[in-house]
Design a protein. Structure first.
Length: 475
């Protein structure tokens, strides 16, 4: 977040990151072009497949009609032969290129339709048995007219001692002509329809991406000085609305982070100004009066220097916590040993007595330095404001290590129990700059707890303050 805010402060909000490598050729076109081309290609393939299926099914349907017609005529002629009726000449079909012949077992034509009278046997396909459905075959190269390709129905008929074969052939020229015409119409119509679909896709994608482009332009206009601005959302709660809402949430977080950072910098500068000014005043006095004895001022100067160093350390710690992304450094830590070590450190210092209650063994995972600093800040805070004693206990409950630090000082009012963890926050009365605090100790504790998946809070604990640090136990 700090890096993001810093980049925004330099005015690079709308700048896109440089590409990591050369883009494929098709990725260099705009999204609108790519979507339109993709939709057009898919539509063209679908239409082509549909047209192919239409031509195939239409041809199959027409051929099936020819077959049914040929079978019916063959059955009529075969029925007449079975009854001994004369079938010469055979009935005409109404189409000059259609042909019907009755051929005996020796291959002689004994009856034919008028248009093939006097011709030899034209068809030589295998015939179906008498009384069964005529078989139908495609015969090519028939020397009749200009057609050449026929669908021929063949069936055996007549008495057993003089079997005859009935052939009825229907030319497929009309079918091929119809299919050719349909194919031509589709070949002309499909490109036109594809072009219309491409134009419609171009228009639709333009309408769909228009709100996205408006959001982009508005976001590009926002700089680090007007992060309070928000993007105009479309009226309907669709995907673009959710995108704009997410961007507005991002802007709100950036605005909050930038405001917090600026306040932090201003507060840090204000806090640093006092000890630096004090040290400078002492040095200027010593410079103006080089022969005067400055030893009396050295303790005061040392105190300001220590205060300045402590403040710088706290600022560095907070900066590191802010810059840390993801999980902290993972190390197995015995929290009870860490707490005991910090309590022993305070035994040698004057002030309130620090006593340990029950320290239950608690193993956690995290950054030892950061956790040690958090425990130290909790104890230092309690010692600073306690009257006589500070009590420390460590328990485990619900998969957490619970560290309680209780002092017998003035306590923290309920209204300030959240604000006390803000940076550079000092409460009135006892909790002031005069007590030596910079207002960063508890802020560091909260940030360390948050980075370790825990939390810190002020709870009801009697006359003084009770601060409770909860950290998840190691699995």
């Amino acid at each position: 977040m700090r890096d993001t805010a810093a980049s925004m402060a330099s005015g690079d909000i709308g700048a896109a990151p440089p590409p990591r490598g050369p883009l494929p050729r098709w990725r260099r076109f705009s999204l609108r072009v790519r979507l339109t081309v993709a939709a057009t290609v898919v539509a063209a393939l679908g239409l082509s497949l549909a047209a192919t299926l239409l031509v195939v099914s239409q041809r199959a349907s027409l051929i099936h009609g020819l077959d049914d017609n040929a079978r019916q005529r063959a059955l009529i002629i075969a029925a007449a032969l079975d009854k001994g009726r004369a079938v010469q000449p055979l009935p005409a079909s109404g189409a000059g290129d259609d042909a019907a012949q009755v051929v005996d077992r020796h291959g002689r034509v004994i009856a034919a339709s008028a248009n093939v009278a006097g011709e030899g046997a034209l068809f030589h396909t295998r015939a179906a048995a008498p009384g069964s459905e005529p078989s139908v075959h495609t015969v090519r190269g028939v020397p009749l007219g200009s057609q050449g390709t026929y669908r021929v129905a063949a069936v055996s008929a007549g008495p057993a001692h003089s079997r005859k074969t009935v052939y009825v052939g229907l030319a497929t020229a009309q079918v091929e002509h119809s299919i050719g015409r349909l194919t031509t119409e589709l070949a002309v119509g499909l490109p036109v329809l594809t072009a219309l679909l491409a134009a419609a896709g171009w228009h639709i994608t333009g309408r769909a991406l228009g709100p996205v482009e408006r959001l982009r332009r508005q976001a590009d206009e926002i700089t680090a000085t007007d992060l309070h601005r928000r993007l105009d959302l479309p009226p309907h709660a669709d995907e673009v609305w959710r995108l704009g809402s997410t961007l507005n949430d991002l802007l709100a977080r950036l605005d909050e982070a930038t405001t917090r950072q600026r306040k932090f910098v201003a507060d840090a500068a204000h806090e640093l100004r006092s000890p630096v000014a004090a040290v400078r005043a002492e040095l200027e006095t010593a410079t103006r009066h080089p022969h005067a004895d400055a030893s009396a001022r050295l303790p005061e100067l040392l105190e300001e220097t220590v205060r300045l160093g402590r403040l710088v350390d706290d600022l560095v710690r907070l900066a590191r916590l802010d810059a840390t992304s993801g999980t902290p450094r993972e190390t197995e830590i015995d929290l009870d040993d860490l707490v005991a070590a910090e309590v022993r450190r305070l035994h040698s210092r004057p002030g309130a007595a620090v006593t340990c209650g029950h320290l239950r063994p608690a193993r956690i995972r995290g950054d030892p330095d950061a956790l040690s600093r958090a425990v130290r800040n909790l104890l230092d805070n309690a010692v600073r404001y306690a009257r006589h004693r500070v009590e420390v206990t460590l328990e485990t409950a619900g998969g957490e290590a619970v560290l309680c630090v209780r002092d017998d000082g003035v306590g923290i009012p309920p209204a300030d129990r959240e604000r006390v963890f803000d940076r550079f926050t000092r409460l009135d009365d006892a909790r002031s700059r005069d007590a030596g605090g910079s207002g960063l100790g508890l802020a560091i504790v909260r940030d360390v707890a948050t980075h370790h998946g825990g939390r810190v809070s002020v709870e009801d604990g009697g006359p003084g303050a009770l601060l409770v640090l909860r950290l998840p136990l190691a699995p």
